[in-house]
Design a protein around this ligand. Structure first.
Ligand SMILES: C[S@@+](CC[C@H](N)C(=O)[O-])C[C@H]1O[C@@H](n2cnc3c(N)ncnc32)[C@H](O)[C@@H]1O
Length: 318
């Protein structure tokens, strides 16, 4: 049973989200809270895992088709990358693009964002880089385009769009249709495939995904003084074929209680906290969502195994 705190405490946004997520049934916390500096570093390790095919498959598509993608984007674009992370994939596009007007990497993980934006700006001194700490799951508030920019183009790799439910994805794409009017969105989308491949990707042998998942609890201990016993929860990821999505949970290994921001929460053995889902799409299924949101699918690139796709979606005219 959950006992309210005796005295009201100041709660940070992560704390508020965690409290709300622990109070509801089923318990769930949005995946953006994985990403503090430690979570971002763990995600970088996931990208290098042999089981984690999405990163290398999408990089392969960008390497092979960067020129065609650059033609869709056009010259003098104001490029906005949603969830930019280590800003590795954008380098492949930048190498093929004609005089980008600016690059705006957007991320919630501020320290990681700024460190990688500084490195990119040092590497490409002619490029204007403007790191922008913001939450792309909320209203899209972006900086004014710089003088000389011909159009605004979004880049959303990593299949992060799969972390939204399909309904949320349509809402996000609708916001893009407005924010990117006159330009478009280049978005990486993971595809429906053999569940065994998906299972391996989210249950790696080295346990890095498990550590990434548990970073949510470790972060609560660091930032909120919560007292989660990290050995008292285990990582669980499974594919739900009906919803076409991987679900990640933290599951309590025993009956236990935890104190978060002065509020006590009980877990029975097997009780789960839902931390992420990763929806998988077919190419026509994703294109339907894009059209529903007012974006026009104009090109799509897939690898030979049809594991991953990158879509060019044109936004309506200004
Ligand atoms: C799955 S990683 C992808 C990183 C990189 N784009 C790639 O393709 O490898 C998701 C990235 O988006 C950021 N992120 C997650 N949710 C976010 C949100 N709601 N708003 C802004 N950034 C977010 C994370 O900090 C992380 O850098």
């Amino acid at each position: 049973m959950n006992a309210p705190a005796e005295a009201p405490l100041y709660v940070q946004p992560f704390g508020e989200a965690l409290l709300q997520g622990l109070r509801r049934q089923p318990r769930a916390v949005p995946p953006k809270y994985f990403y503090d500096a430690a979570g971002s570093a763990l995600f970088e390790r996931i990208c290098a895992l042999p089981e984690y095919y999405p990163t290398r498959t999408e990089i392969g598509l960008l390497q092979r088709h960067a020129r065609e993608m650059a033609e869709c984007i056009g010259p003098a674009a104001d490029l906005v990358e949603f969830g930019a992370g280590a800003q590795r994939k954008i380098r492949l596009l930048l190498a093929a693009l004609a005089r980008p007007a600016r690059y705006v990497p957007v991320d919630v993980s501020a320290q990681h964002l700024h460190a990688h934006a500084r490195a990119l700006a040092a590497e490409l001194p002619a490029l204007v880089v403007l790191p922008w700490v913001a939450d792309f799951s909320a209203e899209l508030v972006l900086p004014q385009p710089p003088p000389g920019a011909r159009r605004r183009v979004g880049f959303f790799p990593g299949s992060s769009i799969g972390n939204f439910t399909p309904e949320e994805a349509v809402q996000f794409l609708r916001r893009c249709a407005v924010a990117l009017a006159g330009g478009g969105l280049l978005v990486g989308v993971d595809l429906v495939k053999d569940p065994a491949v998906l299972h391996r990707a989210y249950n790696d042998a080295a346990g890095v995904t498990a550590a990434f998942n548990k970073n949510l609890l470790a972060r609560a201990n660091r930032e909120l003084g919560a007292r989660f016993d990290l050995d008292g929860y285990f990582h669980h990821a499974h594919y739900d074929p009906r919803a076409q999505r991987i679900e990640m949970h933290l599951v309590s290994a025993r009956r236990q209680q935890v104190l978060v921001c002065g509020e006590r929460f009980g877990f029975d053995e097997g009780d789960a906290l839902h931390t992420e889902h990763s929806c998988k799409y077919t190419v026509p299924g994703f294109q339907r969502l894009a059209r529903e949101a007012g974006l026009q699918p104009q090109a799509v690139w897939c690898d030979d195994a049809a594991w991953f796709s990158v879509h060019w979606l044109a936004a309506p005219p200004v």
